[in-house]
Design a protein around this ligand. Structure first.
Ligand SMILES: [Zn+2]
Length: 458
């Protein structure tokens, strides 16, 4: 007898470019793994389960992959909207003055928000990740954690716009140590549910020597490098001032463009630079919501995909995007790119739902474990109620409306159940691993204190 079987679902396996739909589908799991996927009839003939979940009228699909998120920034959600110089003048004072305890509290808020919108894998790029890691252990989600390395003093917001920022060697060395400690202590923990990558915050935010040191370490630990690349005209100006060339050609010169690199944003990359990244085998994370709000730009993800690259989706951060919800990113990716191309046939719902699942998993090097429903993969999946008014009715023929409705009308509140690594972490919309009310109240209290402190600095 196996542990659990979900039956009678609209099963989206994500094993083909049409979503891999199995009508009256079923999935069987044991421990933290998927053991079988097929029709309800096939699985019931072969398995008996201790727990059987009837998912009639519901979609069962792989949990969503948020391939780039800064969870601590949830504590200052919405403080820097509709403005220029977002980083330096908007979030800078908050980013530079948040305490480690406050960062951990903010992170929990983002994790609960993500779980409630069906995110099961969080590729978190933050500090203090060695403490945030404990949130992930408790929350029960899959996490790909990167302790951000930069050399930036906390007084960045006091510099003039366009001034070359000072890079502090002491700060970058301390942060590098934290990143290595995180790798040593957390990589592979919780039965492999928690893994660690290396990550300079951006090519402009650490020294060239530090970039090279991180590359060596990532090779030594056989892990990936998570880094913002061409994330704004600000970054490109800094790189030109320091090295005399734009970011992407410069990274190519120093041997940074390869399969190890996960390039975040590409906000200001030219199409041919995005194509070069794809050709070199680097992956890209597209964060349309945050880059739309922060910069008013749609990054060249189409050029990157056309060149054969692998791209995932990220929610980035709450002071940019306001929400950390991959349903929001799927819709934004599809709609913004159609508008940019003036063509409704590009960036289809089918393409973006793959970016939110299997392609995102591949982009961060986790596709052997998650992102699709297949025997042998980890049991990471969500159950979505298609009887919510905004996802109803379901039409199967002559046109199947399930994936278009999930992408263009899904908001996340339709996710009823979340299973990660074979464990239910949300049921009937109640998060089982963290106390939602406590998380929200603690975040309110901490945010009030942080904002009061920041107000005295400005
Ligand atoms: Zn980011």
């Amino acid at each position: 007898m196996i542990q659990r079987m979900i039956i009678h679902a609209y099963l989206l396996t994500m094993t083909d470019d049409q979503g891999g739909l199995i009508m009256d589908g079923a999935v069987a799991m044991e421990g933290n793994e998927i053991v079988a996927v097929g029709t309800t009839e096939q699985l019931q003939a072969n398995y008996q389960a201790k727990e059987e979940i009837d998912a009639r009228g519901k979609v069962v699909m792989p949990g969503l992959v948020d391939a780039h998120i800064h969870t601590s920034m949830a504590l200052y959600r919405g403080v820097a909207q509709d403005m220029h110089h977002w980083l330096q003048k908007g979030v800078g004072p908050f980013f530079g003055n948040i305490t480690t305890a406050e960062a951990v509290i903010g992170s929990r808020l983002n994790i609960v928000e993500g779980i409630k919108a069906g995110t099961t894998t969080f590729s978190d790029f933050d500090n203090p990740m060695n403490l945030i890691a404990e949130n992930y252990r408790q929350a029960g989600v899959r996490a790909r954690m990167t302790s951000t390395v930069n050399a930036l003093p906390p007084t960045l917001h006091k510099l003039g716009v366009g001034e070359l920022y000072p890079l502090d060697e002491g700060i970058e060395q301390t942060k590098l140590k934290e990143a290595v400690t995180l790798l040593e202590e957390w990589h592979g923990k919780e039965n492999g549910r928690l893994t660690v990558m290396m990550g300079p915050q951006g090519p402009d935010m650490v020294s060239k020597e530090m970039l090279q040191e991180i590359k060596k370490l990532a090779q030594h630990y056989k892990t990936k490098i998570h880094m913002h690349v061409a994330q704004g005209d600000r970054e490109i100006n800094q790189v030109i001032k320091r090295y005399g060339v734009r970011t992407i050609p410069w990274l190519d010169e120093i041997g940074y463009l390869d399969q190890q690199l996960i390039a975040i944003h590409l906000t200001e990359a030219y199409d041919e630079e995005a194509a070069l990244l794809a050709n070199r085998g680097a992956s890209m994370i597209h964060c349309p919501g945050s880059i739309g709000v922060i910069d008013g730009i749609v990054p060249p993800v189409m050029a990157f995909l056309d060149a054969g690259g692998t791209a995932g989706l990220g929610s980035d951060n709450a002071p940019g995007n306001n929400c950390n919800n991959i349903f929001n990113e799927m819709k934004a990716a599809a709609v913004y790119n159609k508008i940019k191309a003036k063509d409704p046939t590009v960036m289809t719902a089918y393409k973006v739902i793959r970016m939110a699942t299997i392609e995102g998993a591949k982009a961060i090097g986790l596709d052997h474990e998650t992102g699709s429903l297949e025997p042998g993969k980890k049991a990471d999946m969500i159950i979505i109620n298609m009887k919510e008014p905004n996802l109803s009715p379901v039409i199967l023929k002559p046109v199947c409306n399930i994936i278009p409705n999930l992408v263009y009308s899904g908001r996340g509140h339709e996710v009823e159940t979340v299973i990660v690594d074979g464990r239910k972490i949300m049921e009937h919309r109640k998060v089982l691993t963290l106390n939602e009310e406590k998380v929200v109240n603690e975040a309110q209290e901490a945010a009030t204190k942080l904002a009061e402190r920041v107000a005295t600095l400005l």
